[in-house]
Ligand binder design. Structure first.
Ligand code: SF4
Length: 392
């Protein structure tokens, strides 16, 4: 599945992830390339763990400063693309409900989960949202929307993602992801651990760096986007926007959906929004996802919208995050503290629903047109592959 959880827990250190740091350094050193770096939501609450900061601390500002010190030309935020993901995935869900499409719909943000479905449930690929992951949406929009605005040839733009994830390394190479301009959306995906190593090897004193802000436009995001990094976060972000869309602007709808939060393996909740009943399920860890599928197939449960994250606890606990010993885990509740860090960021954001992001509104008004429209489909959606042991 490439989720890498075996690497994260290997007691002898015999399993290693594939490093892309040398490729990234070569791109930064090439004067003909504009190198754009895009960190994921969960990276900002994991990066500090081994760099002198408390576990779960929000180090977003220091992370941005460090990325500039390392030589990246632009520092954008995958949170911006997470807001775009909600526009697309929420529109897709409402469309499936209204038009009688394939239900229930599963989220598609997690490439480990996608690969699990391709191998184990190829008959259910139609239940997966067709939305690309936020990483791929980000890269696709950098190499189309942003490159066109800047007058750059997208072939001279290198996109480097920083992810809590090893499955994202596989995802960047998927052929279905090639854009109409011939580019892959993301060139290299490095993990939080690789970035941590780059910072140490460059001699950057991370803990005393002054905070810096992301570069504008593709760095602006909402609280809904940052909670993508915790299990239940994609579900809650989608519900925040779906509730407004279904009930109408100005309606009294909830902002916080507590029932989908927390570290339980399976969480069920039903919401009535705008005259629509939404039966939701949130599963973290593939063993729990499989339990949900078997219960659905046995007719024991029924849902409309299901979020699955391959890693227990979601991306905060991804295999690309700094690894702690079992003793540190036992003392520290590492994934819980990282998740709390993300919810803390959300609470302090001026905007907490994805559709309120002015830069996302501008993206649709100036470039994409409608969510799930023709242009959005080419850049932001994808297809899946039924796989067997010969097609890994
Ligand atoms: Fe990657 Fe997050 Fe999925 Fe884990 S849960 S495989 S970190 S996307």
């Amino acid at each position: 599945m490439a989720c890498g959880q075996c690497v994260a827990v290997c007691p002898t250190g015999a399993l290693m992830l594939k490093r892309s740091v040398d490729d990234v350094r070569a791109a930064i050193a090439d004067p003909a390339k504009t190198v754009v770096v895009v960190p994921a939501p969960a990276v900002r609450v994991g990066l500090g763990d081994k760099l002198g900061m408390p576990v779960g601390a929000n180090v977003e500002g220091k992370m941005v400063a460090a990325l500039r010190h390392l030589g990246f030309d632009k520092v954008f935020d995958v949170d911006w693309a997470a807001d775009v993901t909600i526009m697309e995935e929420g529109t897709e869900l409402i469309g499936r409900i209204k038009d009688g499409g394939t239900m229930p719909m599963f989220t598609s943000c997690c490439p480990g989960w996608i690969k699990y479905m391709e191998h184990n449930h190829p008959d259910m690929l139609g239940n997966l949202s067709t939305c690309r992951s936020p990483q791929q949406m980000m890269g696709g929009l950098v190499k189309t929307y942003w490159a066109e605005k800047e007058g750059l040839d997208p072939k001279d733009v290198v996109v480097v993602s920083v992810m809590p994830c090893t499955a994202k390394k596989f995802e960047v190479s998927r052929e279905e992801q090639i854009l109409e301009n011939g580019c892959m959306p993301v060139d290299f995906s490095i993990t939080t651990r690789e970035l941590s190593d780059m910072i140490v090897e460059a001699g950057i004193m991370f803990d005393v760096l002054p905070d810096e802000a992301f570069d504008p436009v593709l760095g602006d995001s909402t609280g809904a986007a940052v909670i993508f990094g915790a299990t239940g976060g994609v579900m809650e972000a989608a519900l925040r926007t779906a509730a407004v869309v279904l009930a109408g602007e100005g309606a009294d709808v909830p902002l916080v959906f507590e029932d989908v939060r927390g570290m339980e393996g399976v969480k069920e909740a039903t919401y009535e929004v705008g005259g629509v009943t939404l039966r939701t399920c949130t599963a973290s860890g593939l063993v729990n996802a499989e339990k949900v599928i078997r219960a659905m197939e046995a007719g024991e449960v029924a849902y409309d919208f299901i979020e699955v994250m391959a890693c227990p606890g979601g991306c905060v606990n991804g295999a690309g995050q700094p690894v702690h010993t079992p003793a540190e885990h036992a003392l520290g509740n590492v994934k819980g503290r990282r998740a709390a860090g993300l919810y803390g960021i959300d609470e302090n954001m001026p905007r907490r629903r994805s559709h309120e992001n002015p830069e996302v509104k501008a993206l649709y008004a100036d470039y994409l047109g409608e969510p799930c429209g023709h242009k959005a489909h080419h850049i932001l959606h994808t297809t899946y592959v039924a796989r067997d042991k010969h097609n890994v």
